[in-house]
Design a protein around this ligand. Structure first.
Ligand SMILES: Nc1ncnc2c1ncn2[C@@H]1O[C@H](COP(=O)(O)OP(=O)(O)OP(=O)(O)O)[C@@H](O)[C@H]1O
Length: 390
């Protein structure tokens, strides 16, 4: 286990008392304003001290109230870009980064200043003073500074929200490289599921200092009402498909996905054998207990129900068909069909309800997020209309 936290902290009316554990992978700390995200990051980074409990990172105790251990922030192998952090405004970027590097422990120097300056494209601003930097550039310098510590983990507090869209596009691939090339897990705190999903589909959902749920998104989604709370408005299945052939007379292309045949809109520009991705809206999938003869719907995919996830006015049916499909149906349909986990079911999908991802730009989708091996989310609901049903 990478991180094991079990602490108690009371601040005014706010009570944080929750165990958090993190395997060796990135995770998103999701919560609305005041949920305690910054507090959790501060406890891990060492800017805050809990009243009791312990925090262990990679087997090393960072805090233990019983043993009287509180490792200071500078000595923690953690890189953190926190909202409360500030830099010496008069110093130049170069001086700042070299200063941080000199003060860091030398045991496990993973990154050198010159490398990070190149990676984060800081060259044009190296001799500029911190006070003359834009907010986005400041975040990049802070990120470089936190990476100079050669951390075992990187904590980011709503970093994308603090920077503009163009910086975010620059920063995302860098963060992804840090995760894959350098095995550096990122704990990213945000109120936006979409931002978290840009990095990882592992979630820790925090509310009022308590964990509501944690795990991969598809597991978290099993809790009633949580999808809306997370801000999810619309769910699409995104599947990789291999094109098999084109039926010009029939007006469709045939493809396979996880061993299942799919009839797709005719696209002869995809060579047989080529791979592409398609999207199917969860509410475009109908369910049937049996195979239906004499129906115009071309795709009848058999699978087994692995979860029934009740939501606001609908039920998400998670079906294992080789790939995982999510179908969104009404609670009434679910009741009348007496659907149960473990039941065999046919997913009925019209050919023209399947959309090629390559053509998605033409559709009114805000954003496609692509993670893990199952289903994916497009566009988020308004943050201010969410509450978790109790
Ligand atoms: N210095 C402080 N003293 C007392 N209470 C505090 C202090 N800082 C934060 N709090 C309280 O702790 C709770 C958690 O705050 P925290 O900043 O961790 O939430 P958050 O989830 O990060 O919110 P946001 O997304 O708005 O940053 C809030 O109720 C806040 O009012």
């Amino acid at each position: 286990m990478l991180l094991d936290i079990n602490v108690k902290l009371r601040r005014g009316h706010f009570d944080l008392s929750t165990p958090i554990s993190l395997e060796n992978a990135s995770a998103g700390l999701f919560g609305q304003s005041g949920a305690g995200k910054t507090t959790v990051l501060g406890l891990i980074a060492g800017t805050l001290q809990a009243q009791s409990g312990h925090i262990v990172l990679d087997g090393k105790i960072l805090f233990d109230s019983k043993k009287g251990i509180m490792v200071p922030r500078e000595q923690r192998p953690i890189g953190a870009v926190l909202q409360t952090d500030s830099l010496d405004l008069a110093a130049s970027v170069r001086e700042t980064l070299h200063g941080i590097y000199r003060r860091c422990w030398t045991q496990r120097r993973l990154f050198k200043p010159d490398y990070l300056m190149r990676l984060l494209e800081l060259d044009p601003i190296l001799d500029r003073s911190i006070m003359r930097l834009s907010a986005g550039d400041r975040q990049k310098v802070m990120l470089a500074g936190s990476l100079l510590k050669s951390p075992k983990m990187l904590l980011l507090d709503d970093t994308f929200a603090a920077i503009g869209d163009s910086y975010r596009m620059q920063l995302l691939p860098i963060l992804k490289r840090l995760q894959t090339e350098f095995d550096l897990p990122v704990l990213y705190a945000s109120q936006s599921l979409r931002e978290i999903l840009e990095l990882t589909d592992q979630l820790i959902v925090l509310e009022n200092g308590q964990i509501l749920r944690s795990g991969p998104l598809r597991e978290v989604a099993r809790q009633q009402g949580i999808l809306r709370y997370l801000g999810v408005r619309q769910i699409d299945n995104i599947l990789p498909v291999r094109i098999r052939s084109h039926d010009f007379a029939g007006g469709y292309s045939l493809a396979d996905s996880f061993g299942q045949p799919f009839s797709l809109p005719l696209r002869p520009q995809f060579m047989p054998g080529s791979l592409t991705q398609v999207a199917i809206r969860a509410n475009d999938i109908a369910l049937s207990r049996g195979f239906i003869e004499g129906i115009s719907i071309q795709n009848q995919i058999k699978g087994r129900i692995c979860a029934l996830i009740p939501g606001d006015g609908s039920v998400l049916v998670q079906i294992d068909c080789g790939c995982t499909l999510l179908a969104e149906i009404t609670p009434g349909a679910c009741r009348e069909m007496v659907l149960q986990e473990g039941d065999w079911i046919y997913c009925l999908i019209k050919t023209h309800a399947i959309v090629y991802m390559a053509e998605l730009d033409a559709l009114p989708y805000e954003k496609v997020v692509n993670h893990g091996g199952g289903y994916y989310f497009l566009s988020a609901a308004d943050a201010d209309k969410r509450h978790f049903p109790v």
